[in-house]
Design a protein around this ligand. Sequence first.
Ligand code: APR
Length: 308
Amino acid sequence: MRRKITVVGAGNVGATTAQRIAEKGYADVVLVDIVEGLPQGKALDMLQAGPIVGYDSGVVGTNGYEETAGSDIVVITSGVPRKPGMSRDDLVNTNMGIVKAVTEQVVKYSPDCIIITVTNPLDAMTQLAFKTSGFPKARVIGMAGVLDTARFRAFLAMELGVSVGDISAYVLGGHGDTMVPLTRLTTAGGIPIAQLLSQERIEAIVQRTRKGGEEIVSYLKTGSAFYAPSAAVAQMIDAIVLDKKQILPCAVYLEGEYGINGLFVGVPVKLGVRGIEEIIKIELTPEEQAALHRSADAVRELVQLMHI
Ligand code: APR
């Protein structure tokens, strides 16, 4: 039987994610939004692309949750972006209400699904979905590390003039300015980047990666990134649906791993059909460990704002 994947939020990230999944052909897609007509219209448009692109995936748009029943995976992208003049606390409060209400519906109709969260602030919203759902930690995963790592890899490939496929890297920590690109373990064609680039250049690329989302917002002005974020979600879904056991950096609930307890923070995990099948532990230097803990502290601050 074909799998069923729901995407909540039919905006830029949600609709592009739905399109990418439909094009895989391995799952039917349900697109949900509160705006009347938006998910229906986009879903119908995607369905009609099937004969051209060559997929048979069903794509349905809805403002309710009945159609989502029995989903294997639910991606939550619903939320509002941070607008000028909006504080971080305002953003947390608004998106908290949305993610909580959405998660309750998701759980009601798809009690066995795997939830992938995308709404920002990512790590805090994933913690909220986890607490609200009551799901085991293997089935609530935040998408951030794959995106941050892709940005880092893309910038390094541009700098070195090599294929992005040759760059192997991990970005750990929270999805924000405090993220931790592990430069020591980053390689180009197996060669550590410290042998190929000056410390100064590496640091500049790390900084650009940290501000990767902002750079795009400053160009777009009225929205934020969605091509790379949706590609990141699609890679995680591939790993789950195809049971790839792929090691990807994701926001996961840590219970002592990396010295962090009771918090969602980005670390490498093994993704397969059961969701998070293993948390991979990398031996960190004291500096890297301290940077990861600083990043976790920033996440904890946001989580505390939610009083959950
Ligand atoms: N239920 C369903 N959909 C909702 C709800 C809700 N309660 N509240 C808002 N939405 C929908 C909006 O109607 C909109 O269509 O979520 C969609 C969000 O889409 P965009 O504004 O285009 O935002 P997008 O760029 O897709 O980003 C979504 O992902 O990367 C993060 O920071 C980003 O938090 C943001 C999220």
